[in-house]
Structure formats: structure tokens, C-alpha cells
Design a protein around this ligand. Structure first.
Ligand code: MEV
Length: 391
């Protein structure tokens, strides 16, 4: 087993005392005194509640086995039921061998809008002729990035209405890439304007990250899907029907994807990532064919229910708020080596949340489990607020 022999399979984590939870975490991620002090400070905040998998700065999802490595996953989200659902989905997929995933590519695109170009064909030809020089100008921005990833790798052009648009394709490695790409675009724009005999318009990174796509798969032995009065086979078949509805009904597809994003956003927030960039990328990708589609699909193969999720995940382990104390603690607990590993983890959480949701929607119903946790959560808040008033 990877991860120094430490398992993340802890189905009873939510039942342990806070002290015990922290001990497990300390052991799993070799937390030091500074980490423990930080956690304690979060527990002393007025809104901290000792419920479910909450440890202070975030909640912890258990049971994740991804590419044969165990993960405890920090999730920042107000609803305890989302974390409970992630744990349940991960537990089921673990029974089928865990999640397996990888990025297909790691490219972001930025665009320069050129105005008042008179001869588009001539301008396009000129830009492509000077491609090497333009990429060199862009790559002067960050020599280190160029060394580790190649930096700006390509450029393409497109005439859109009265504009000539130049797209710059960049591998931002472990960063989200917005800052570096915007700087690159501002650097190349004057040269582009000069050779195209045009004027400079907008220069900005695009959040349509269709070249930064991650794919994660996982399967569950159908017999393990058994739920109250429903057999595993019945649950699997109902999941396929809910899936089919999402393929043809926009109302359902959007909610299907919202359930996936419950998990992904929570990982993004815990690790200091720009969840709005991720949301924009994901929903535009779902709409890329002109018909908004669910981002995951489920099918029955032999004795297994098989799930696959494919979505763009512009997520970072360097830069911006990923360097705050809380985010660094989350990354330490995750033990991820780079942004792509983090993206595979986040997509796995999305798939786990999706499985947990679909399995209850058409069987026992979402409200039972969700409302129980929600009620406990509200009761604890009321109890705490009351005790504060009487003090
Ligand atoms: C609620 O936050 C998310 C769900 O609606 C997702 C879904 O319906 O698939 C339960």
C-alpha cells in the first residue's frame, strides 16, 4: 500500500471524538506542532461545531483510494451531508478497487483581441510566420515555467466578427495560470498589433479550459449497492435511469452536475483554489456540444456498476491562496505532489458524491439521510447559541 502503510479506510471516523480524529490525522499526515496549533485555533472560532467529520479548518472525507494511494481529503463546505456522501461513495468504489484517473492534457488558453485589422488573411499569415518569435516574447515572462513545462507552446488565430483573435496555448504546470497567461498576453499584444496592422483590444485568459481535462473511473460490485429494501441490482438499475434522464433533461443534467461540484468545490476551497474558475470551466465544458450534458456516466458491466467522470479541472498547488496556512495544511494532509494529482483527487470526490446522490435519489430518497444530518447540525448550532446567551 502506498502512503507509508496508512489507510484512509475509516468508515467510523465521524463517530470518533474530536481528540481521536486529530490523533488519526496527525498520524496519517505526520502533522507537526505548528499544524496542530493551527487546527486548534480554528476550533476556537465562534462558529466551529464539533459535528460529523469537522476538525476545525475543514471537514475530512475518508475512504478514498485513488490510483492505489490512500487519501484523507479536506473539504470546506457548510453541509455535513456532502462530506458524508463523499465518504459513502468512496467506500463503495473502494470495494471495486478504488478510483483510477489522469489528466489528458494540461493546457490553458489566453486570447488577444485585435481590432481594426483590414486584411485578415494577410494578418493571420504574418502572425503564423512570426509564431516562434511571438512564443519567445511570451516565454520571457517566466523562464522557470518554460524550463519545467514549456510555457507558451502554440498559438492559433480566428476571425470573429470584426476582430482577429489570437489564442495563446500555455502549460501552466502546477499553477492555475491566470496571472502568468495575462502577463504573457500583455507582452505579445503590441507585437501582434504591429504585424497585423491592427489595434490592441482585450487580453485575458479564458476560463473555457477544455484542454485541461481529467478523467477518473471507478466501479462498484453491484451487490454492495444494497440499500434498505432495495437490492444492489435494483439500485444499479435505478442509477442508470436517473443517468438517462440527465442526458435528455436539462433540469436534471444541471442538478446532476451540481452534485458533482458539491465535492469538487469543497476540495478547491480547502486547498485555496479559485472555485469560480473551476465552475466556469466545468459548466461551459458540459455545454460544449451545444447540448448541456451530465459530466459523469454510469453503466452496468457484468457484476459491476462502472462510473466515469470527464471534466476540465484547472486547479493549482502553487500560487495565490494555495499558499495560505490553511491551504498548505490541506495539501499536507492530501500528500499530493502536484496540481494534476490534486485534480485527480478532486474529480474522484466529484464522482463519489455523484454516486452517493444517484443511489438514493430514486430509491429511499435524498431527504432521509440529508435531513438527519442537517437536523443534527441545526440542533448543535441552536444549542451552542443558547448556551452562549445564558452565560
Ligand atoms: C444536492 O446538493 C445535490 C443533489 O441534488 C445532486 C443530485 O441530485 O444528483 C443531491
Amino acid at each position: 500500500m502506498k502512503n507509508g502503510g496508512k489507510t484512509s479506510f475509516l468508515p467510523n471516523f465521524h463517530k470518533f471524538s474530536l481528540k481521536e480524529k486529530i490523533r488519526i490525522l496527525k498520524d496519517f499526515a505526520q502533522l507537526n506542532k505548528e499544524d496542530l496549533t493551527l487546527i486548534k485555533k480554528y476550533q476556537q472560532l465562534p462558529d466551529f461545531l464539533d459535528v460529523e467529520n469537522n476538525i476545525g479548518p475543514f471537514k475530512i472525507a475518508t475512504n478514498f483510494l485513488i490510483n492505489k494511494k490512500d487519501y484523507l481529503v479536506p473539504m470546506e463546505i457548510e453541509e455535513p451531508s456532502v462530506v458524508a456522501a463523499a465518504c459513502r461513495g468512496a467506500k463503495l468504489i473502494r470495494k471495486g478497487g478504488g478510483f483510477f484517473g489522469k489528466y489528458l492534457k494540461n493546457e490553458m488558453v489566453g486570447e488577444v483581441q485585435l481590432l481594426k485589422v483590414k486584411n485578415f488573411n494577410e494578418a493571420k499569415k504574418k502572425i503564423l510566420k512570426f509564431k516562434k518569435e511571438i512564443l519567445e516574447i511570451a516565454n520571457q515572462t517566466d523562464k522557470f515555467l518554460v524550463k519545467i513545462s514549456g510555457g507558451a507552446k502554440d498559438l492559433t488565430t480566428k476571425k470573429i466578427k470584426d476582430f482577429l483573435v489570437v489564442y495563446l496555448h500555455v502549460d501552466p504546470k502546477d499553477a492555475l495560470g491566470a496571472n502568468i497567461i495575462n502577463t504573457m498576453l500583455e507582452k505579445i499584444a503590441p507585437f501582434l498589433a504591429k504585424i497585423s496592422k491592427g489595434k490592441i483590444g482585450a487580453r485575458i485568459v479564458s476560463n473555457f479550459a477544455k484542454e485541461r481535462v481529467v478523467v477518473v473511473e471507478g466501479k462498484v460490485p453491484i451487490k454492495e449497492l444494497v440499500l434498505k429494501n432495495f437490492s444492489g441490482k435494483e439500485v444499479a438499475e435505478k442509477i442508470l435511469l436517473v443517468q438517462k434522464l440527465a442526458q435528455f433533461d436539462l433540469y436534471r443534467a444541471v442538478t446532476h452536475n451540481k452534485g458533482i461540484m458539491n465535492g469538487i468545490d469543497a476540495v478547491a476551497l480547502a486547498t485555496g483554489n479559485d472555485f469560480r474558475a473551476i465552475e466556469s470551466a466545468v459548466h461551459s465544458f458540459a455545454q460544449r456540444t451545444g447540448k448541456y450534458q451530465p459530466l459523469s456516466e454510469w453503466k452496468i458491466e457484468g457484476d459491476f456498476l462502472k462510473g466515469k467522470i470527464k471534466l476540465p479541472l484547472p486547479i493549482a498547488t502553487v500560487g495565490g491562496a494555495t499558499q495560505t496556512k490553511k491551504a498548505k495544511l490541506a495539501l499536507k494532509i492530501l500528500k499530493v505532489k502536484n496540481a494534476q494529482e490534486l485534480g485527480v483527487v478532486a474529480a474522484s470526490v466529484g464522482l463519489a458524491n455523484n454516486l452517493a446522490a444517484l443511489s438514493v435519489l430514486a430509491t429511499e430518497g435524498i431527504q432521509k439521510g440529508h435531513m438527519r444530518l442537517h437536523k443534527e447540525f441545526i440542533e448543535k448550532i441552536n444549542e451552542r447559541n443558547k448556551s452562549k446567551r445564558t452565560r
